[in-house]
Design a protein around this ligand. Structure first.
Ligand code: C5P
Length: 327
């Protein structure tokens, strides 16, 4: 950690990736209010940066995607959702939880620089929580073992442990029970960001409604419910075409019911030659797999011209999990 000239502890900056679910199989709603999932997650190179600096109490400012009016930067957050700045902010909750667990004063000024779209199915809030855990752990010198940080992460949200871990992983339970998966090579992605967000609980509720309305069409509603053996084999082989053929997301149909315009987005990507196209997590971001970095660039140009979203991002996966980059 950097030290100020007067000997005080300086700030710590952590970089953290967004994710795409390559496979998201969703079971029936449990009594705990969660759905059991079988998911394969890949971290992608759309990064947020969280800086933890000395402060009094816990404060937070947000720039970039989801920045509030006070910190809004032209061209960076237009059309997206706004990140909450109060106790609902997942990075704030992470700092408070770590302080309580570590028995230290919750004193930190958090700065979030966001590129991951907000409420968009790429686990941006979870990423910020994971980054805040790592940054505050370094700032405060709590130095928790990784297993304890991961346990705290799971208390903050189902996707937070994965943002700590990064890479490519199989997720069970609520998605928080992780096993790393061998993924050979690197995969080229294009993400189309949508106007506005979708609430994850609302998409899960829509999924429940669809299952109740169409009980005889469970197969159709759960395209990803089988074990993702073929998908794991494609990852081991490092074969993007085989991977594209096995991508599946049970939350795609409910997300499309809530946002019919996303059908056009997915179609535009397929027409433009994407190997695979799917809604990312609970949406509304759409993810497109390309055969190479050059193909991804070309696809991004076509999708920008098609004007099917508010912004287009090119990325690669797998990316590393939350990492200290400065401090
Ligand atoms: O775990 P997290 O707080 O991110 O989950 C947000 C909401 O998404 C939960 O309250 C629940 O409604 C829904 N969810 C679910 N099943 C999961 C994960 C999340 O129903 N496996």
């Amino acid at each position: 950690m950097a030290t100020e000239p007067d000997g005080r502890a300086g700030s710590v900056t952590v970089r953290v990736p967004g994710k795409v679910n390559l496979h998201l199989g969703v079971g029936a709603l449990g009594e705990d209010g969660y759905h059991p999932v079988v998911t394969v997650l890949q971290a992608v190179s759309v990064f947020d940066e969280v800086t933890a600096a000395p402060g009094r109490g816990v404060s937070v400012v947000v720039r970039g995607e989801g920045g509030s009016a006070a910190t809004y930067e032209p061209g960076s957050g237009a059309g997206g959702e706004v990140v909450p700045l109060g106790p609902d902010n997942l990075a704030v909750r992470a700092a408070l939880l770590l302080a309580e667990h570590g028995g230290v004063a919750a004193d930190v000024a958090l700065r979030l620089h966001k590129n991951i779209p907000v409420a968009a199915g790429m686990a941006g809030g979870s990423a910020d929580a994971a980054a805040a855990l790592v940054a505050c752990d370094a700032l405060w010198g709590t130095q928790l073992p990784r297993s304890e940080l991961t346990a705290l992460a799971a208390r903050l949200g189902s996707d937070v442990p994965f943002a700590l871990a990064g890479g490519t992983a199989l997720g069970l339970g609520r998605g928080e029970q992780l096993t790393p998966v061998l993924a050979r090579g690197s995969y080229s992605w294009v993400f189309v960001l949508a106007d506005g967000g979708l609430s994850t609980p609302a998409v899960y509720r829509e999924y429940d409604r669809m299952l109740a309305e169409l009980p005889d069409q469970v197969e159709l509603l759960r395209p990803a419910v089988a074990q993702p053996d073929d998908l794991l084999a494609a990852l081991r082989a490092g074969d993007p075409a085989a991977l594209a053929a096995t991508l599946g997301n049970d939350l795609q149909l409910p997300a499309l019911r809530l946002r019919p315009a996303l059908r056009r987005t997915l179609e535009a990507g397929r027409e433009a030659g994407a190997l695979g196209a799917l809604v990312s997590g609970s949406g509304p971001t759409c993810a497109f797999l390309a055969s190479s970095p050059a193909a991804a660039e070309a696809l991004a140009v076509e999708l920008t011209d098609a004007a099917v979203g508010r912004a287009v991002r090119v990325a690669t996966g797998p990316a590393a999990g939350a990492t200290v980059v400065e401090g």
